[in-house]
Design a protein around this ligand. Structure first.
Ligand code: C2E
Ligand code: CA
Ligand code: CA
Ligand code: CA
Length: 278
């Protein structure tokens, strides 16, 4: 199985001929897969740019399909969101990430926060905070080792988002804004919501060297985040030049293939062991 699951499974356009049928099949398949434990989490390390230390792990779901192999999330998350299966699936992700993180800690590994991606449907579920609290209780993970990633569009209803995020942060969970800069950006929420961190979308990082507009945007996001007392992490860092740019603009953290691709839990354990022995 390839490390980052990319290209292992691609839908051919023929398969897409009957979109409705395809959707029904995939929904049925996902329910079966959830019951059969076919989903797994990979974890992508996040590094502090000043020290080079691992400071976080983002949980990224994959589907170990019995026939198709490792299916990346882009191929089933949209259908899961549309059908509502994302709610039980998303709850599974939160619980599995917390359970795994606690298991690493119990094995004597350095304590590092794990972040999970939240879908809009989960965010608008009644009593998300209650669910998260009961998962923390059940797994024994301290809230400060769980982080939740939401996107800008989820904050459009500022009043609702504010209430929900306030509850989560009162539990001790940190909130990051994912894919920052690609959504419906309003600066209003940045000052009114309890957010700890911005994640600069990789579309801005990709051409940071060649495109002076992208470079200006990234530099501005970093400066703004710091002025608002927010941490800032760049996604999709693939080259040393990108890393140098980010470091020279005092970006706090980075995530991307240049640091590490998403890893299986066994490979994360090896990495944490190395960190311990250093
Ligand atoms: P995301 O949250 O923006 O996650 C980062 C994606 O970028 C991951 O793709 C990761 O493998 C990829 N990536 C990391 N470093 C690099 C790099 O240097 N270059 C490039 N080109 N790509 C890089 P992945 O794992 O395929 O996930 C895709 C998206 O699926 C995620 O984007 C997220 O929106 C969604 N997703 C993944 N897991 C979950 C989940 O548990 N729940 C929900 N709701 N969505 C999820
Ligand atoms: Ca994310
Ligand atoms: Ca992202
Ligand atoms: Ca993204």
């Amino acid at each position: 199985v390839k490390e980052n699951g990319k290209n292992n499974y691609m839908l051919h356009s023929d398969d897409m001929d009957n979109i409705a049928l395809h959707k029904l099949t995939i929904q049925h398949e996902m329910r079966r897969a959830l019951a059969n434990n076919e989903f797994i989490l990979y974890y992508q390390p996040q590094y502090d740019l000043a020290s080079g230390q691992i400071v976080g792990l983002e949980a990224l779901i994959r589907w170990m399909h019995p026939e198709r192999g490792l299916v990346p999330p882009g191929e089933f998350i949209p259908a899961a969101e549309e059908s509502g299966i994302i709610v039980p699936l998303g709850n599974w992700v939160i619980e599995e990430a917390c359970r795994q993180n606690k298991a690493w800690q119990d094995a004597g590994m350095p304590c590092i926060p794990v972040s999970v991606n939240l879908s809009f449907r989960q965010f608008t579920e009644l009593n998300l905070t209650g669910k998260v609290a009961s998962i923390l209780e059940k797994t024994g993970l301290k809230a400060r080792y769980l982080e939740i990633e939401i996107t800008e569009s989820m904050t459009m209803d500022v009043e609702r988002a504010s209430k929900c995020l306030k509850e989560l942060t009162e539990l001790g969970v940190n909130i990051s804004i994912d894919d920052f800069g690609t959504g419906y950006s309003s600066f209003h929420y940045l000052k009114s919501l309890p957010i700890a961190r911005l994640k600069i979308d990789r579309s801005f990082v990709r051409h940071i060297q060649q495109d002076t507009n992208d470079a200006a945007i990234v530099a501005a996001i970093i400066a703004m985040a710091h002025n608002l007392q927010l941490q800032v992490i760049a996604e999709g860092v693939e080259t040393q030049d990108q890393l140098h740019f980010l470091r020279s603009h005092r970006c706090d953290e980075m995530q991307g293939y240049y640091g590490s691709p998403p890893l299986s839990s066994a490979n994360v354990l090896e990495l944490l062991q190395e960190k311990l022995n250093r």
